[in-house]
Design a protein around this ligand. Structure first.
Ligand code: PMP
Length: 360
């Protein structure tokens, strides 16, 4: 009789055994600035109206498997071109998973500039694809000669470009993205998770390149708890992805809540504007701290490098003072010494700055 450990090692794929689960730290009681959440909720009258809407949801029934009404609302709110299709996911994480499961032929490659959103590599690995990371230039721009060479060498089935990029916070030059769209033999997914804070998009380029897909999420606009992402692109691609999607992946409460939220887009946009203003204040405050290097951001977070004091110690010191941010030091390379802070409310940002000044 083999032990459970032996059974696990003989049955579980070795690449899965070698992986670490995505770690989400406990933030109970902390000023939580680690996960790019929107710090604002809705005014009380809006909350009441939302709850009223939820009362009528037929919770005993399966949700609309195609989320027809919600898709129509998203189309209008996000200006999806009329001739493009939409696919919804349980967060954009699920859409990345659906794309990679669909493309996972033996030897197929997913490629992305690095550092970037870690889920591209993690999901590529667990769907049995190869992942190739192409280091960004020192200023976090795309290293175009290296990108074009890697495209030529690896012929990737899909390239992920986070636009703007996480964790560096910058938008890549549009011309470079266009170049990649022209040269890529496979799909190019423009992941516009931070679109609300960025002021640029490839949504209007859909259809002009038959390999372009645009991904968005409602997570950064105050709806992270809902789990709703969307992929826009040509029907020929999305019809294939739709076969992999589980039939009821978007729950009835999520559908109703997202429809409600999209009818209050002005409120979400207002919050995003406020976050952008506070991001600039936070940027200047960080830039004024001794030894700190801070990068401009077109997202709702800021990447910075601690000066003389070791980043791990600064991170731990902040945590001990009740402020949770993200430590990227262990990722090494360009992220050595780097921490990432999400833009919170003015009070949260002040608490963070105070704790950081004391920790440096
Ligand atoms: N793309 C990028 C670039 C992200 O940073 C994140 C979240 N950190 C996601 C996608 C995932 O978002 P969602 O909540 O929609 O799964």
């Amino acid at each position: 009789m083999s032990t459970i450990k032996e059974k696990v090692s003989s049955l579980v794929r070795p690449e899965i055994r070698a992986m670490k689960a995505y770690h989400v730290p406990d933030a109970t009681g902390m000023v939580k600035l680690d996960a790019m959440e929107n710090p604002y909720t809705w005014p009380e009258d809006v909350r009441q109206a939302w709850l009223q809407t939820l009362r009528d949801v037929a919770i005993n029934r399966y949700p609309d498997p195609h989320a027809q009404r919600l898709r129509a609302c998203l189309r209008a709110a996000l200006a999806v071109p009329d001739d493009m299709e939409l696919l919804l996911g349980n967060g954009s994480d699920e859409l990345i998973q659906i794309i990679l499961m669909t493309l996972s032929n033996p030897g197929a490659v997913a490629l992305a500039p690095t550092p970037t959103f870690v889920m591209y590599e993690m999901i590529a690995t667990f769907t049995g694809m190869k992942f190739t990371g192409v280091p960004l230039a020192p200023d976090f721009a795309l290293d175009m000669p290296a990108m074009l060479q890697a495209i030529e060498t690896h012929r990737p089935a899909v390239i992920f470009l986070a636009y703007p990029n996480n964790p560096t916070g910058n938008l890549f030059a549009r011309g470079n993205v266009e170049r990649i769209l022209e040269k890529a033999p496979g799909l190019v997914v423009l992941d516009e998770a931070y679109h609300a804070f960025a002021g640029d998009s490839f949504m209007d380029r859909l259809g002009q390149h038959d390999n372009l897909l645009v991904m968005r999420t409602l997570s950064k606009q105050g709806l992270a708890g809902l789990r709703l992402g969307l992929l826009a692109g040509p029907a020929a691609w999305l019809a294939e992805f739709d076969k992999i999607r589980l039939p009821y992946n978007i729950g009835a409460l999520t559908q109703a809540s997202a429809e409600f939220a999209l009818a209050h887009m002005d409120l979400l946009d207002d919050q995003a504007r406020r976050i952008c203003e506070d991001r600039e204040k936070l940027f200047h405050a960080l830039a004024g701290l001794p030894g700190v290097h801070v990068w401009p951001s077109q997202t709702n977070f800021i990447l910075f490098r601690t000066g003389k004091r070791d980043a791990d110690r600064v991170f731990e010191d902040l945590r001990a003072r009740g402020v949770l941010i993200k430590n990227l030091n262990s990722a090494g390379a360009v992220l050595k010494g780097c921490l990432r802070v999400t833009v919170g409310t003015p009070e949260e940002n002040d608490a963070f700055l105070k704790a950081l000044e004391a920790a440096l």
